[in-house]
Design a binder for this molecule. Structure first.
Ligand code: AMP
Length: 222
């Protein structure tokens, strides 16, 4: 199974991708996570990307296309992948098409999570994670059971992404509207687009995605 999850930041792409990764044995590939690893590692790509990411803008197509090309060539993608955060521009969508065709793969579906922008600002601005184990939380919707203590590992240290603050979130939403939404006609023309209400409860969104996957002939492995 090869699918794209498309939607503005905070639409729930990462959450859904993690659930689907387990159920369908397909690799979750999140270009945002890959870039954050480059930043954390202080690599040349990370050094170039950091300021752009912190400002809520898009990193250059050139970097992203090279990074994704290398990732898709790795053996753990052979059984399928769930792309989260790529493509984000029309040139990236075209490059993905070429990369897939060159390795005799194709997309089964492009799943678009539609959301209300104002609700998203609240959703994203409240996100934080455990600094030790990475468990994700939200101040209003998914707080830790005990204030200041990670439910999973007991750590007292938490982090928030530098780009998860209201001003930057608004810029990331504008980047989605202006640069990423234009990829949708590209996929609509290929009959691949399925749109869902991303504001619905998480389990309902998962069920809807699974329904779409059945419709396009992708079955979850037993
Ligand atoms: P995300 O974790 O998907 O919200 O991505 C965080 C940030 O990484 C974005 O705001 C962009 O600056 C950058 N980024 C991630 N994926 C891409 C992409 N496909 N193209 C350009 N920039 C990206």
């Amino acid at each position: 199974m090869n699918i794209l999850l498309v939607g503005p930041p905070g639409a729930g792409k990462g959450t859904q991708a993690k659930i689907l990764e387990d159920r369908y044995h397909a690799k979750h590939i999140a270009t945002g996570d890959m870039l954050r690893a480059e930043v954390a590692g202080g690599t040349p790509i990370g050094l170039e990307a950091k300021a752009v990411m912190d400002a809520g803008q898009l990193v250059s197509d050139d970097i992203l296309i090279r990074m994704l090309g290398a990732r898709l060539a790795q053996p753990d993608c052979a059984h399928g992948m769930i792309l989260d955060g790529f493509p984000r521009t029309v040139p990236q969508a075209e490059a993905l098409n070429d990369l897939l065709a060159a390795s005799h793969r194709h997309l089964d579906a492009v799943i678009v999570l539609e959301v209300d922008e104002e609700a998203l600002v609240a959703r994203i601005s409240g996100r934080f994670a455990c600094a030790q184990c990475g468990a994700g939380y939200h101040r209003s919707f998914h707080p830790t059971a005990k204030d200041g203590v990670c439910d999973k590992c007991g750590s007292h240290e938490f982090t928030q992404r530098p780009d998860d603050n209201p001003a930057v979130v608004r810029r990331r939403l504008a980047a989605y509207r202006e640069q990423t939404a234009p990829i949708l006609p590209f996929y609509t023309a290929r009959g691949l687009v399925h749109t869902l209400d991303g504001m619905a409860p998480m389990e309902q969104v998962t069920a809807e995605i699974e329904k779409i996957l059945r419709q396009v002939g992708v079955a979850a492995p037993a």
